[in-house]
Design a protein around this ligand. Structure first.
Ligand code: SAH
Length: 508
């Protein structure tokens, strides 16, 4: 027996939040991750950078690796002494062939463990507002494969038993055979009026649900163009969706929204949009880099206690400042006698993470209001003010401060450089109508994103454009692009609010 271990881990049905804590811990310390199609892709990002990532994706039609080859691969990795995570959609033992993999590991003497996952047959209905059991309606559920080997004339399934089953029927892999499944159930005596539903891409932002009865569900699903992966639910519990539906009622459900912010800063806007139901595609148009020459920043930060004020006009400026402070062998105490001003709540929050509270913040998120805000606190005549900012930040702030008699030091603390998105990803994104929304959080996200996408392609798409404020909007207009919405409060929550307000009212 080697020291290797193969973990058969359920990744859950799609929503990355639905994997178990145990499963995530194992991915985080895996030497190798063997995964297939349905696993939520984002979970793979949890693996250590040096982990071997092996795709063995299986689709109903094209098998990338045969099951025996997957078994052999797991055995080999285990014998090499590796910690191997075999990540599978849903639960590994529910139509996941996890049992076969476990048997192969037992036979080869490789240690293994099983980490159950939330299976689609329960989760997809739950996200569609269908409880699979319900007191007084249904007290049992059957999990059934709807996949038949195409060259088989006879079904493996006992339709007489299924038709008389008193509980909910959940068919996996059944979309192609839906007409046959519905007809066979009716033929064997199931009431044609029994409610039925299909849930496609359950628990993901792409979730789509259609409902009908056994007699018309095939027609309903065909008309809606429902393709795999989808789960078929048959039973009276389906009717409860009318009252319990929740996931698809969220205001941005089904909307594809592009976030163009730098990757490190994208998480807040991404999370807010996802909480409202959107599918977020992060396509960073910019990235934050250290300034071309860090010497002036280091010199100013090393001498920060000689300043009266430090003004932060972005969270990036805060990060760059504290990086430099650390390089200088100092910590937050260097700011003990120095007053601090921030431009807005995001910058204040970042500062707070370093244990500091700002002494001043303009009422509105505007650089032009900073000098007046400070002047209302004290006479700025002769005051030494440090402004660690972007290398290309407009000079107005410095001029305003100098006009009030201050001795302002403008320091390039970071620079914004264009990021080139993967062209294949862009092609995929702009295929068809393109995304529903593209969000711009600064002028540089506008210019760099348009550079990558091309104006023509953007104009040809149906995408609406959201701008965080007047400066960003002006850059868009300079390219002859009119923002569809502009945030009233020039913050991430303000931008999200503007998109929400632009949604047409929902049909009841
Ligand atoms: N082991 C998995 C099932 C694998 S079989 C589990 O426990 O969930 C693959 C089938 O599962 C698909 O054809 C589809 O019927 C169903 N399925 C998986 N993920 C799904 C999802 N997010 N929404 C709806 N059905 C899903």
């Amino acid at each position: 027996m080697s020291d290797g271990c193969v973990y058969l881990v359920g990744a859950g049905p799609g929503d990355p939040g639905l994997m178990t804590i145990r499963g995530r811990e194992l991915v985080r310390r895996a030497d190798a991750v063997v995964y297939d199609n349905l696993a939520a892709r984002r979970l793979l990002d949890e693996a250590p950078p040096q982990a071997e990532m092996i795709y063995v994706g299986k689709q109903a039609s094209a098998h990338t690796l045969k099951q025996e080859e997957i078994n052999e691969l797991l055995v080999r990795l285990g014998l090499e002494g590796k910690q191997v995570v075999r990540l599978k959609g849903g639960d590994p033992f529910v139509f996941g062939r996890g049992g076969e993999e476990a048997l192969a590991l037992v036979e080869a003497g490789v240690a293994f463990e099983v980490v159950p996952g939330i299976t689609a047959g329960v989760a997809a209905p739950a996200y569609a507002g269908i409880p699979v059991t319900h007191r007084g309606v249904t007290s049992s559920i059957a999990l059934i494969t709807g996949h038949e080997t195409p060259d088989k004339d006879e079904s493996d399934l006992d339709y007489a038993a299924l038709a008389s089953w008193p509980g909910t029927l959940a068919f996996y892999m059944g979309v192609k055979n839906l007409p046959k499944i519905a007809a066979s159930l009716i033929e064997h005596g199931k009431d044609p009026a029994t409610p039925a539903a299909l849930v496609r891409w359950g628990t993901t932002a792409r979730q789509e649900t259609v409902t009908g009865t056994l007699s018309d569900i095939t027609e309903v699903a065909t008309r809606a163009g429902i393709k795999p992966p989808a789960l078929i639910v048959v039973g009276h519990v389906v009717a409860l969706r009318q009252s319990i539906s929740w996931f698809e009622n969220r205001p941005l459900c089904g909307k594809r929204i592009v976030v163009t912010r730098a990757r490190l800063q994208a998480s807040r806007v991404t999370q807010q949009l996802e909480d409202l139901g959107a599918e977020v595609i992060e396509l960073p148009a910019i990235r934050i880099e250290p300034p071309a020459d860090a010497a002036p920043l280091d010199a100013a930060v090393g001498d920060v206690s000689s300043f009266d004020w430090v003004i932060f006009t972005s969270a990036n400026g805060v990060n760059a400042f504290f990086d430099a402070l650390q390089r200088a062998g100092l910590d937050s105490r260097a700011l003990a006698g120095v007053q601090v001003c921030v431009i807005g709540p995001g910058t204040a929050r970042r500062l707070g993470q370093f244990g500091l509270r700002a002494d001043a913040q303009p009422k509105t998120y505007k650089a032009s209001e900073i000098s007046q805000t400070l002047a209302a606190i004290e006479d700025l005549g002769g005051k030494k003010i440090l402004c660690p900012r972007a290398d290309i930040a407009p000079k107005d702030l410095i001029e305003d401060l100098e006009a009030l008699g201050a001795d302002a030091t403008d320091i390039a603390a970071y620079r914004t450089v264009g990021e080139t998105p993967d062209p294949a990803l862009l092609d995929e994104l702009f295929a068809g109508d393109g995304p529903d929304w593209i969000t711009f959080t600064s002028s540089s996200t506008v210019t760099n994103f348009i550079n990558a996408v091309g104006l023509d392609r953007l104009r040809a798409s149906a995408a609406s454009l959201a701008s965080i404020g007047p400066v960003t909007s002006a850059t868009m207009r300079g390219l002859d692009l009119e923002p569809d919405v502009e945030a009233t409060a020039h913050t991430i929550p303000g931008l999200v609010e503007a998109i929400l307000e632009a949604q047409p009212p929902r049909e009841q």
